[in-house]
Design a protein around this ligand. Structure first.
Ligand SMILES: Cc1cc2nc3c(=O)[nH]c(=O)nc-3n(C[C@H](O)[C@H](O)[C@H](O)COP(=O)(O)O)c2cc1C
Length: 190
């Protein structure tokens, strides 16, 4: 018997990491906060997705340049990240929000202050009515030494911000609870 309340067709996949999406607006870098992100596969080429409302300036920028970046801000960037999600490049210059860098031959601006940045080439644009889904191929990933452990990105050091639509709040990461592909091995049923 189901004792759960039916909440209708509510998207209940939160929390999601908040990222900073960068794209060039002509000569100017533009940055926007995005939480509707997806990992489409694991391997090479690596494809990621971002879901953006059609009203955003970023959509135009990505389509014009064929490139965007996805940067992971740490908790200490919460104010700047939130601002990137309030102000639109249609009205405001967000180019000074972060120090911009590019990968060699790269067309997408990346935020130096974010410890991890991925430079993406535009692979696909999917029309979802009010939104567009941009699928990118990760061409280069840059990480600060300060968030690496044995060459891997250590999310405990990165301290990403998690976004929850229900409470409209940023949350921080908890602690690890078990090893993946290990803890379940001994399961023998109830
Ligand atoms: C935490 C947070 C997460 C957001 N996530 C998304 C998102 O996933 N998709 C989206 O379309 N807008 C999202 N937004 C809103 C855009 O960031 C915002 O409208 C921004 O002004 C768009 O900037 P632009 O017009 O320069 O592209 C988010 C805002 C915040 C504060």
């Amino acid at each position: 018997m189901n004792s759960k309340k039916d909440l209708g067709g509510l998207g209940a996949l939160y929390p999601m990491p908040v990222v900073i999406v960068g794209a060039m607006d002509g000569e100017r870098a533009n940055y926007a906060a995005v939480a509707h992100v997806g990992i489409l596969n694991y391997g090479q080429p690596q494809h990621l997705s971002i879901g953006l409302h059609k009203s955003h300036r970023t959509n135009h920028c990505i389509k014009a340049t064929g490139a965007f970046s996805i940067c992971m801000p740490s908790e200490d960037l919460v104010v700047r990240t939130d601002y990137a999600g309030i102000a639109s490049g249609k009205r405001e210059d967000k180019s000074k929000l972060f120090s911009t860098f590019f990968s060699p031959q790269g067309k997408a601006p990346m935020a130096q202050e974010c410890p991890v940045c991925m430079d993406c080439g535009l692979h696909d644009v999917l029309d979802y009515g009010t939104h567009e889904i941009f699928v990118g191929e990760v061409l280069h990933t840059y990480a600060d030494d300060s968030v690496l452990t044995d060459g891997h990105i250590d999310i405990g050091k990165l301290r990403p911000m998690l976004f929850d639509m229900g409470s409209k709040q940023y949350w921080s990461l908890g602690r690890p609870i078990a090893k993946c592909w290990e803890v379940g091995r001994g399961f023998k049923g109830e």
